[in-house]
Design a binder for this molecule. Structure first.
Ligand SMILES: NC(=O)c1ccc[n+]([C@@H]2O[C@H](COP(=O)([O-])OP(=O)(O)OC[C@H]3O[C@@H](n4cnc5c(N)ncnc54)[C@H](O)[C@@H]3O)[C@@H](O)[C@H]2O)c1
Length: 330
């Protein structure tokens, strides 16, 4: 099955990896991105690129007009969100506008052009302070910050619109994403990194002087928080499967993408220390960090036949190799 896929936010970290995987699998890809946090360097040479902002309906309509007059999109994928939690607390209006209004306009244009399938990037942040240590899709969704709220609001909007206009959605709730494509052409390259694996790797490589563990008095075996880590290329695989599922089955789905396994912050540091020493200190807990957050991926396995192929060691090795390449380190 060869699909024509519109990837909104395809110049960002997860979007670009998904584009690479879609093209590798033989699909036609059109990227729309405003490059606010993405990069031209991440755009696959075989994808068609439009510089555009999805909060601008006319701009989006113009692109759909050009593309859909040749061949309509089979699937639209949405990665185009702002996603830094503390920033969402300080500028909530901008977060709602970009994340929710962007989705609303995308759905309106999809409806106008009779495009039936949407794949949406959601997040474990919709669960808030998860009640169960292993999260399943039916667990309560009680976000504790504006970022999580905007993703939950977008999920709900997508569900209602799909129900009303006979469309299908595939909503993926990701857990902690890390790593880079095997060829190291693309990866997570941002100024203000907030993810634990790249921060630990940067410290190990001497790009940062030290790192802080936020709390070692949690109710976990070593006192540090436990999270579920997933390789970005495994996420990309899931998106290709999700797109094909929608087109083939004409049915919607919402699934977690995680590994069913958790690792503590100290375990991450130990894993990195197999390669290089890490200079870390213990700090205070941060507000709103649950002790343990792991995804049940049973549903993704059952419906999509998806399971992550890369383990923690492979995720960390890939991040190390990518950061060495970025910083010209041997
Ligand atoms: N990175 C993670 O750990 C993580 C975890 C859970 C969920 N997510 C979700 O995955 C998606 C992608 O995250 P990422 O890490 O790749 O982020 P990213 O910032 O690298 O990518 C987002 C892309 O969307 C573009 N964009 C943003 N607003 C836009 C707009 N209005 N119009 C057009 N383009 C726009 C940006 O320029 C960028 O290229 C987001 O929706 C995020 O909520 C990410």
């Amino acid at each position: 099955m060869k699909l024509k896929v519109c990837v909104i936010g395809g110049a960002g970290y997860i979007g670009s990896h998904t584009v690479y995987e879609l093209i590798r699998d033989g699909h036609e890809v059109v990227i729309i991105d405003n490059l606010s946090t993405g990069s031209r360097d991440f755009i696959h040479k075989d994808a068609k690129f439009y510089f555009g902002d999805i909060t601008n309906k006319q701009e989006l309509k113009n692109i759909f007009n050009i593309e859909c007059s040749v061949k309509p999109f089979d699937v639209v994928m949405h990665f185009a969100a702002k996603l830094i939690v503390p920033e969402s607390v300080s500028i909530p209006l901008e977060y709602y506008y970009n994340n929710v209004e962007g989705v609303r306009i995308m759905l309106e244009v999809m409806k106008d052009f009779n495009i039936k399938n949407v794949v949406f990037s959601s997040t474990a942040a919709v669960y808030g302070e998860a009640i169960n240590p292993i999260c399943s899709e039916n667990d309560p969704t009680i976000p504790i910050n504006p970022y999580g709220e905007t993703k939950l609001a977008s999920e709900k909007l997508i569900k209602w619109v799909c129900q009303r206009y006979d469309m299908n959605y595939c909503i993926f709730r990701y857990f902690n994403v890390a790593g880079a494509i095997d060829t190291l052409e693309i990866g997570l390259n941002k100024d203000n990194l907030t993810h634990i694996i790249p921060i630990t790797v940067q410290t190990a490589l001497g790009i940062r002087d030290e790192m802080t563990i936020f709390g070692n008095d949690y109710d976990t075996p070593d006192g540090t928080c436990i999270r579920d880590y997933i390789h970005v290329s495994d996420l990309a695989d899931a998106h290709v499967l999700g797109a094909k599922y929608l087109v083939k089955n004409n049915k919607s789905l919402l699934v977690n993408l995680g590994s069913n396994k958790g690792y503590s912050v100290l375990e991450i540091i130990k894993e990195v220390e197999k390669f290089y020493p890490v200079n870390y200190k213990i700090g205070k807990r941060r507000a709103g960090d649950p002790a343990k957050l792991i995804a049940s991926n049973d549903k993704a396995k059952e419906i999509l036949g998806w399971l992550p192929k890369r383990n923690l060691e492979q995720i960390i090795k890939s991040d190390i190799e990518y950061r060495k390449k970025l910083n010209n380190l041997k």
